[in-house]
Ligand binder design. Structure first.
Ligand SMILES: *[C@@H]1O[C@H](CO)[C@@H](O)[C@H](O)[C@H]1NC(C)=O
Ligand SMILES: *[C@@H]1O[C@H](CO)[C@@H](O)[C@H](O)[C@H]1NC(C)=O
Ligand SMILES: *[C@@H]1O[C@H](CO)[C@@H](O)[C@H](O)[C@H]1NC(C)=O
Ligand SMILES: *[C@@H]1O[C@H](CO)[C@@H](O)[C@H](O)[C@H]1NC(C)=O
Ligand SMILES: *[C@@H]1O[C@H](CO)[C@@H](O)[C@H](O)[C@H]1NC(C)=O
Ligand SMILES: *[C@@H]1O[C@H](CO)[C@@H](O)[C@H](O)[C@H]1NC(C)=O
Ligand SMILES: *[C@@H]1O[C@H](CO)[C@@H](O)[C@H](O)[C@H]1NC(C)=O
Length: 624
């Protein structure tokens, strides 16, 4: 539900390849030659690792089986009788194919282009499917990616002053949320930046795909191909404002039944093993595999729900944990709770943020602030009325559009509001979104249609990925966590009320949040009770207090929830109230927030006050 707009990263191996082709290719060869001598003294046969100046991977006794990541680091399937051997065979000894971090600011050394550069390591961790049932032999295989800041140690390198290849004193574990977002993708997108931001580049960063997600196995996708999910979503994503609500509810409800039936066929009883408590136990297993006494972590959005659960299940293992974009995870035990608890200031984010800051920034930076009549500056009230009129007009009649890539297209109310809500997550996208609405209002729908083209899971111009995306995992987690909430006995009537309430409270988020919880009518039809749920309090005495960050205009994890969590946790937490826009403190940055977070992660220093206000460095729209 909580779409993390992780910027698409260019695969790291591509960077390496680019520069093999460039001038450095020769240096690479020379380096290989230089280190080859070290190997040839050893008794090696035709092993694949001949030629790796850094020795052989995976290292013995590495619980994560880390290899330097290449484009073939995909996990062995669960039915592979010899996964370790299959995995080891994926080791590619050519260091030019590996994914290295950015060269450090003091420049690349010409004799060794990898010196001083971090390395991306790919691995996996096999864990029990059911942590609590000793007679259950099935496993989950979790994909794990680590950015090791010290890089790798060349074999035979002089050891003086050379710290390369070591794990850092603490490893910062990251988790982006969802449920269903990929922690390995988060590492690719942000590990280097996060290590700098919270530890001055001193701590390694590790992310994992939670059970059911992305590369982890088994993977929860209930559609055999992404294009089939796109087709399906056209029917489900009909917003309340454009439908006969009871009629649409009957359709969506029947579709949810069909969807969960498909999930059951494709993943069997796995739906019992994906609840947040099971994921918290996975996190504990990751801590043990890291061989660290306590957890250091930066957990965002629903990741903070994993964190709250973990901290109260394993209070004496809590090291330095930041929950940014803080949920109040107890709400998720209630029917529909995951939906309504995320509605807080979403319409304020639109009104004060997207529109208000547009007016403040003025027409130079925000298209919607351009006067419609010369010399007549746009006011916030006018702009709000204009946008309301534009949206209302789409309820009556959608606007036809065309793009070269997408062909004929339709700008509907549901699709536009569905695109505007995630736009509230990151103010850096606001100038483009404002331009889009400005052109749409002026009668040109092309940019809006282009915007929509990017929202599909299937991209016809690219070859299909080998596995469909794991989107349905989201619903399974939400519903498993609330499996014992009693269902109302009046059929869909209660849900109609809830849908009404949610869309009344927030026209921008209500529909999309509602669709995340409606499937829960069917969890118990296809799965018996989850292997474990956490139903305890959130006020256990922790080894170390945690640091909460909640943003005042957060469109997904309202400040209210951060405050309620602080209320429960008391002296076991501190809260930074981040006065900025977007979801979490990640997009609208504040030096104040970042300094406090860094002091905590790097040195364990907590803010004195229970609650501290921090302000964003800049305003949206206006470049620095
Ligand atoms: C993987 O990378 C190698 C070079 O590192 C390249 O030759 C190969 O085509 C790539 N494979 C895919 C599937 O991209
Ligand atoms: C434990 O696992 C075994 C093997 O799958 C299963 O037969 C049994 O029902 C499980 N017990 C519980 C309490 O889930
Ligand atoms: C895993 O995530 C990456 C990045 O978001 C994506 O490109 C890839 O298709 C995903 N794989 C699966 C199997 O979902
Ligand atoms: C967010 O909503 C709460 C009430 O739920 C309100 O007290 C608060 O002022 C709002 N915040 C902003 C920034 O508007
Ligand atoms: C409509 O908008 C598109 C994209 O911004 C632009 O390329 C095109 O020229 C516009 N068409 C007209 C008729 O203004
Ligand atoms: C909807 O809101 C009304 C008024 O606040 C409340 O009485 C009712 O219980 C709510 N219903 C649901 C299903 O949330
Ligand atoms: C924790 O919270 C529960 C319920 O809110 C309360 O009954 C209990 O006394 C609290 N425990 C501590 C140690 O504060």
């Amino acid at each position: 539900m909580e779409k993390q707009s992780i910027p698409r990263h260019r695969p790291q191996w591509w960077r390496a390849i680019t520069w093999v082709v460039g001038a450095v290719g020769l240096v690479g060869l020379a380096r290989l030659h230089r280190f080859a001598g070290d190997h040839f003294g050893l008794s090696i046969t035709a092993d694949a690792w001949v030629g790796s100046p850094y020795g052989k991977f995976p290292l013995e006794n590495d619980p994560f089986h880390f290899l330097p990541c290449t484009n073939s680091s995909f996990l062995p399937p669960l039915d592979d009788p010899q996964p370790q051997q299959s995995w080891a065979a994926r080791f590619d000894p050519n260091a030019d194919h590996w994914s290295w971090g950015q060269p450090s600011s003091n420049g690349m050394r010409i004799d060794d282009p990898y010196a001083g550069r971090g390395i991306y390591l790919c691995g996996y961790l096999d864990l029990p499917l059911d942590h609590l049932n000793g007679s259950e032999t099935r496993i989950v295989r979790l994909a794990v990616t680590k950015f090791q800041v010290s890089g790798l140690a060349p074999l035979g390198a002089p050891d003086a002053s050379f710290n390369a290849g070591r794990k850092s004193a603490r490893t910062m574990i990251i988790e982006p949320g969802g449920p269903g977002d990929s922690g390995t993708s988060y590492v690719w997108a942000a590990a280097e930046q996060l290590s700098d931001r919270f530890s001055d580049g001193q701590f390694d960063v590790l992310g994992w795909d939670p059970r059911g997600v992305n590369m982890s196995l088994p993977a929860v996708s209930c559609f055999p191909h992404d294009v089939l999910r796109d087709r399906w979503s056209l029917l489900t994503r009909q917003y309340r404002e454009v439908t006969n609500p009871m009629h649409q509810l009957e359709i969506a409800d029947a579709m949810n039944d069909a969807m969960f039936y498909a999930c059951r066929q494709r993943v069997g009883d796995f739906g019992r093993f994906i609840s947040t408590a099971s994921v918290a136990r996975d996190l504990e297993a990751i801590r043990k595999a890291l061989d660290e006494d306590e957890v250091t972590a930066y957990l965002t959005s629903y990741g903070s729900g994993i964190g709250q659960t973990y901290a109260n299940m394993f209070p004496d293992k809590v090291g330095r944990m930041i929950f940014d974009g803080t949920e109040y995870v107890k709400d998720h035990r209630l029917l529909g709770g995951f939906g309504w608890t995320s509605l807080g200031n979403t319409t304020d984010a639109w009104h004060d943020g997207f529109l208000g800051e547009c007016i403040n920034a003025g027409p130079r930076w925000c298209a919607l602030a351009k006067p419609l009549n010369k010399d007549d500056p746009v006011t916030l009230a006018q702009l709000e009325a204009r946008m309301a009129k534009l949206l209302r007009s789409l309820i009556t009649r959608p606007v036809p559009a065309y793009t070269e890539h997408g062909g004929p297209s339709l700008i509907t109310y549901s699709a536009l509001v569905g695109a505007l809500y995630p736009t509230m997550y990151d103010p850096n996208g606001w100038p483009n979104a404002a331009q889009m609405l400005y052109e749409l209002e002026a009668g040109n729908a092309t940019l809006t249609a282009t915007f929509f083209d990017r929202t599909w899971g299937h991209n016809p111009t690219q070859s299909s990925p080998s596995h469909p995306s794991t989107r349905e995992l989201t619903y399974l987690v939400i519903c498993a966590d609330a499996y014992d909430a009693p269902l109302p006995e009046d059929g869909l009537r209660w849900w109609d009320q809830l849908w009404d309430n949610m869309t009344t409270q927030s026209w921008i988020a209500g529909n999309s949040r509602f669709s995340g919880v409606l499937p829960c009518r069917y969890y118990n039809k296809y799965w018996s009770s989850p292997a474990e749920v956490y139903r305890g309090d959130l006020n256990h005495t922790l080894k170390t207090p945690v640091l909460l960050i909640a943003a005042v205009y957060d469109p997904a994890t309202p400040l209210r929830n951060g405050k309620r969590l602080l209320g429960d946790m008391g002296r076991n937490a501190r809260l930074i109230v981040h006065h900025g826009y977007g979801h979490t403190s990640r997009w609208d940055r504040s030096d104040c927030t970042d300094l406090m977070a860094k002091a905590y992660i790097l040195h364990g220093i907590l803010p004195d006050e229970q609650e501290t206000d921090c302000y964003a460095n800049k305003k949206p729209y206006v470049p620095v």
